[in-house]
Design a protein around this ligand. Structure first.
Ligand code: NAP
Length: 273
């Protein structure tokens, strides 16, 4: 079967909040032509944008299911049970359902779907839209290596995509999904420090962002532990160690660890709700 045909029915169900631009046939990175994608939602709020990208849209969820084999479920978590109830009679063993709903466990998804339905949980983060995202996924029972590879291949243009045990998914939310906001706060604080010392705000923001980008690239490309790279820029008695001392005095390390813990726990609570 030609590669193109394999994807003929590959569709995102509803608006996929993060990876769509990269995955769905935009530019060189896309793997699925937009014309092969059908998206549903009750209103036109998000659908207009999908149409602009060349995807077909509908207000009927069942239509998506009937025309597709790969279906992304990207509603808010509290809406998902109602959607699954609607889809349930039409789900077959040919379908691969991929839920993005934060906190909704594989066990719950499997309970809401016919026995043996192939279902995966996917958790992307916002930078997927720029192809530098970090996504993780876990598979439910009955999902084979081929299906997992298919998802990984679809998501590969979005950045990192790794299979993990399901217990890591909420941790990923606390670390990476919410983590982008921690980094924005840090960028803002760095820039404001520079403004305090007399640099214009816009310039300070650009330099702060570029500093974070450079530091992240160094981490990824050298593969070194952050402590090693930090040590490399700490001249004894120099500027960096004086700055770092203030961060340690302000308990930055423990505060960030607590932030990841709090967001992870909140993701678990939301799943229980
Ligand atoms: N945003 C992120 O960065 C991110 C990251 C990881 C995971 N997620 C997860 O992705 C999901 C969506 O988040 P979001 O931020 O993209 O929310 P969103 O912008 O509100 O999108 C949700 C979509 O679901 C549609 N919808 C509502 N009820 C529906 C129904 N009965 N049948 C079909 N479609 C229905 C909505 O339609 P209307 O347009 O008509 O309202 C809307 O287009 C959430 O579960 C979230 O946890 C989001």
């Amino acid at each position: 079967m030609p590669y193109r045909e394999v994807w003929k029915g590959a569709v995102p169900h509803l608006r996929c909040p993060c990876p769509h631009r990269a995955v769905w046939g935009h530019g060189e990175q896309g793997k699925v032509p937009a014309s092969n994608i059908v998206v549903s939602a009750p209103s036109d709020r998000n659908l207009a944008e999908w149409r602009e990208w060349g995807c077909r849209t509908t207000h009927c969820n069942l239509e998506v299911l009937q025309e597709s084999t790969v279906v992304f479920l990207a509603t808010k978590p509290h809406v998902l049970p109602t959607v699954l109830q609607e889809l349930r009679p039409a789900v077959t063993s040919q379908h691969l359902l991929i839920s993005l709903a934060a906190g909704v466990s594989l066990q719950k998804l499997q309970r809401l779907l016919p026995t043996g339905t192939k279902v995966l949980r996917l958790m992307p983060n916002l930078p997927c839209v720029l192809q530098v995202g970090a996504a993780v996924f876990s598979r439910g029972s009955g999902v084979g290596d081929g299906d997992a590879a298919l998802l990984q291949s679809l998501l590969s243009p979005c950045g990192l995509c790794e299979e993990v045990p399901e217990s890591y998914i909420n941790i990923h939310t606390g670390l990476s999904g919410s983590g982008v906001a921690y980094v924005y706060l840090f960028a803002e604080a760095m820039a404001e420090g520079a403004v305090k010392m007399g640099m214009p705000g816009a310039l300070a923001s650009r330099i702060a962002a570029q500093t974070l980008l450079g530091a992240a690239k160094m981490l990824l490309e050298t593969g070194e532990h952050p402590a090693k790279l930090r040590g490399d820029v700490c001249t004894p008695g120099g500027t960096t160690i004086h700055g770092l001392y203030q961060l340690e005095k302000g308990a930055l390390r423990a505060t960030v660890m607590n932030a990841v813990q709090a967001a992870t726990e909140r993701a678990s609570e939301m799943g229980e709700d």
